[in-house]
Design a protein around this ligand. Structure first.
Ligand code: 4NP
Length: 154
């Protein structure tokens, strides 16, 4: 199974989701059965490491984002992934607009899929450190639910 997380810049939210969910897969012994990646709809941060604030916040909870580099979402991703999870409604509508009719990939809003208290992971880029903690809280909860779903689909 192949899962792609998508946000705007691919330096804050989606790489955080990639690192958190990959860590949960490793702990569950499923890392070799599920492929995980992340991408941004925008191109400003292609090739760049994740945002320093996101990396530090993740590191404090034991998630290593140091190897991740920004990349832009591309049309071929619709053929490469089974499940594409957007961080907010804007990301989701951008993906839906690009989606080719022959893509079998499932598209969804990450938090809404698992009925968290909010639908969107708020963009933390222009805010303070608290925003990055909130992003991690939401992503950890949704990743637990995603792990349960994935176990049922393997
Ligand atoms: P992300 O956050 O979509 O969670 O990676 C952002 C990163 C950069 C920008 C916006 C959002 N930006 O405008 O450069």
């Amino acid at each position: 199974m192949r899962v792609l997380f998508v946000c705007l810049g691919n330096i804050c939210r989606s790489p955080t989701a990639e690192a958190v969910f990959r860590s949960k897969l490793v702990k569950a012994g499923l890392a070799d059965q599920v492929q995980v990646d992340s991408a941004g709809t925008g191109d400003w941060h292609v090739g760049k490491p994740a945002d320093t604030r996101a990396r530090h916040a993740a590191q404090q909870r034991g998630y290593d984002m140091s190897a991740l580099r920004g990349r832009q979402f591309e049309a071929a991703d619709f053929q490469r992934f089974d499940l594409m999870l957007a961080m907010d409604n804007s990301n989701l509508s951008n993906l839906a607009r690009m989606r080719p009719s022959n893509s079998g990939a499932e598209l969804d809003l990450f938090l809404r899929r698992y009925q968290l208290e909010v639908d969107e992971v708020p963009d933390p880029y222009y805010g303070g450190d608290h925003g990055f903690e909130h992003v991690l809280d939401l992503i950890e909860q949704a990743s637990d639910a995603l792990l349960i779903e994935v176990k049922g689909r393997l």
